[in-house]
Design a binder for this molecule. Structure first.
Ligand code: G3I
Length: 385
């Protein structure tokens, strides 16, 4: 895959790790865990053990105090893991299917839609009182072979029909939709030279947002992008290019409510730092756009092997980043791309050279809270806006 990390930058300060907070929603968490346990056939002892790591520290309760849902990307397969499911229910107010809403799964053959997997996730979310985000409609990855093989002249019709069918199917059901995913070129030089740009021209972004809006005029629509967060020149270039795009969309009155900052942060011993981010977020607010953090995690492949060192650095980055974005009132949600290190895309896409597993998420692979959990909670609890 053509993902490349932001360049290393200078050091950010280490945040104090604060004590875990007692969660006022504990009784509700226990009720949900019992329901889940009954569904999965677990004993109450098994449930207590499964839920134990997160019981005292709820990301969702802390995020809710500043009126933002804490979301977690999950797959249906991961929900079959009782301990992990219990952790998700204890910590998340929202889920996003990590892969189940991508085009290759939803329309494996022309006109033959299969919504079964995301429908089950939506059902799970509804039963548990969680919101669900839609991810993602127009991307250059996870495309069915038949779309790639289409003659250019038929591609526009296929995209319109896909967006219309999928958005209508989930009408009035989702928190928001990632409509266009990763449209900016990796080097920030302009739009990504994707199949979409090549076949439909730059207007594909307007069209996709318009089709989605026609299919469900109420659901918030996003462009979702990575590499917009750090102080390095590549991120700055990408931010400027994103602003060019968003200003043009506003001028043409294209329906778009928010920008998704993926926030796949790339840890180095001294970076990343986020001093330029507030001005960018304010530029988005000035365009009357909301902001969502959509795929937060911290890639540690450049950090040393030592677990305490890695965990401290990762916690500092989480704290720094969240403290920065939480100052912007237009920030509407925070979603981490996974929840515990047991399940992360990074071990497949960015394996560490020493062969050790990455530790990019708030909880460790035993679902126990890490320093990152505590620095996230500290950032959330400092900001109540
Ligand atoms: O669909 C096949 C399945 O049939 C097969 O059994 C299985 C065996 O490994 O592979 C399945 O495909 C995998 C797919 O996830 C579904 O699980 C692909 O190999 C795998 O490459 C794919 O990775 C996902 C990737 O997007 C590409 O869609 C990652 O899990 C997911 O974390 C990642 O998420 C993206 C966001 O959507 C956009 N932003 C960047 C982010 C990280 O790359």
């Amino acid at each position: 895959m053509a993902w490349s990390p932001p360049l290393p930058t200078s050091e950010s300060c280490l945040h104090d790790e604060k004590n875990q907070l007692r969660d006022s929603l504990e009784p509700e968490m226990r009720r949900r865990q019992l329901i889940l346990g009954a569904a999965l056939g677990l004993t109450s002892w098994g449930l207590a053990r499964a839920a134990q790591p997160g019981a005292g520290a709820s990301l969702k309760a802390a995020a809710a105090r500043s009126h933002r849902p804490w979301g977690v990307a999950i797959t249906e397969a991961q929900l079959q893991d009782p301990a992990f499911s219990a952790l998700v229910l204890a910590q998340a107010a929202m889920i996003v299917p990590e892969s189940e809403m991508k085009w290759d799964g939803l329309e494996p053959a022309p006109g033959r839609f299969n919504f079964s997997a995301p429908d089950r996730l939506l059902q799970f979310a509804r039963r548990q009182g969680l919101q669900m985000r839609g991810h993602t409609l127009v991307w250059h990855q996870q495309l069915p072979d038949w779309v790639v093989a289409l003659p250019p002249a038929e591609t526009k019709q296929a995209l319109e029909s896909y967006i219309t069918t999928v958005v209508k199917h989930y009408q009035n059901s989702l928190h928001s939709w990632d409509v266009v995913n990763e449209p900016i070129a990796e080097d920030g030089s302009g739009l990504r030279r994707s199949l979409w740009l090549e076949r439909l021209g730059p207007n594909y972004i307007d069209q996709a947002l318009n089709w989605a809006h026609q299919a469900d005029p109420t659901v918030p629509l996003l462009i979702n992008e990575f590499g917009l967060e750090g102080d390095d020149p590549a991120s700055e270039q990408k931010r400027q290019q994103m602003l060019v795009l968003l200003r043009e969309l506003r001028q043409r009155q294209v329906p778009i409510q928010a920008l998704g900052l993926q926030a796949h942060l790339y840890a180095t011993p001294t970076g990343p730092t986020f001093q330029r981010l507030p001005a960018f977020l304010q530029s988005l607010a000035d365009l009357n756009l909301d902001i969502q953090v959509t795929e937060l995690d911290v890639n540690d492949r450049m950090l040393p092997a030592s677990i305490p060192e890695r965990d401290a650095r990762i916690a500092a980055i989480y704290g720094d980043f969240l403290t920065t974005v939480l100052q912007q009132p237009r920030l509407k949600s925070i979603t981490s791309w996974g929840l515990s290190d047991r399940y992360t895309w990074l071990n497949q896409y960015f394996p560490r050279q020493d062969g050790l597993p990455q530790r990019p998420l708030p909880f460790d692979s035993a679902n126990k809270a890490k320093p990152a959990t505590r620095s996230i909670l500290a950032a959330l609890n400092t900001n109540k806006s």
